[in-house]
Write a protein that binds this ligand. Sequence first.
Ligand code: BJW
Ligand code: ZN
Length: 236
Amino acid sequence: MTPLEKARGLLAGAERVAVLTGAGISAESGIPTFRGPGGLWRNFRPEELATPEAFAKDPQLVWEWYMWRRGLIAEAQPNPGHRALVGLERRTLVFTLITQNVDGLHDRAGSKNIRKIHGDIWLSRCTRCAYQRVDKSTAVDGIPQCPECRAVLRPGVVWFGEQLPRLVWDDAERAVHDSQVLIVAGTSAQVYPAAGLISQARVPVIEINIDDTPFTSSVAVALRGLSGELLPKLLF
Ligand code: BJW
Ligand code: ZN
């Protein structure tokens, strides 16, 4: 049996499926991943920009990075990997798509039951009060200000050292716990607590990645290749 056949067998008849995705699933749409080639912007590593400390020190610089990324995402289209997961959701009784991605490409592909555990790049929220808005701007025109309290607005994402949104995270854990199979696609599985969902799974895990991850040796099936090619092969 090939790994692909084994993975198909694990999914056959599964009524409750959870999926965890990372930046790799959007790579074929032209969105740079965080780690590895193409992750750099003006010589900064993402780890140097995606922190509350970086924002406190230079909010303009951090906003410029997010606006650059918004521009790339606005130009990008969902790829066959995103679309294959839409098909899986349609035929699965209980389906949860847990994504670390902030790009919104799963929504644009047509996925419905999405839990964005690292937030959403299209939200801007206040650093002081509860104000937030959908914000489609892709260029920095000074540091945006809260219309309610005049404090600085920030991107609606989760940075290193910050808590994940409580209810979204609880749902993600519950979905993994209640699933019969977990598919993990396009994540380096190095960032916690997201990667901890893989070790929490008491069910077979199907990993899809171009490279090995820290979990490769412990998953039920590891499929090596592009998620935009493997997910359609696995799911159609
Ligand atoms: C392809 C492909 C193709 C490419 N097809 N595959 C426990 C242990 C150790 C550390 C910690 C721990 N608990 C908490 C921490 C600290 C920290 C952490 O995890 N650090 C590690 C780096 C060591 N975690 C946190 O701070 C988290 N908060 C937290 O835990 O709060 C509680 C707490 C607070 C204070 C102290 C202690 C605890 C928050 C983490 C937030 C992460 N935020 C970011 C930025 C989001 C906003 C933005 O987008 O700007 O999230 S960082 C970045 O990494 C982003 C991603 O969602 C995340 C994961 O990256 P991902 O998606 O895996 O991408 P890559 O680039 O790493 O990998 C791409 C993969 O795709 C690769 O494997 C490729 O091979 C593959 N690939 N093309 C298939 N076509
Ligand atoms: Zn405010």
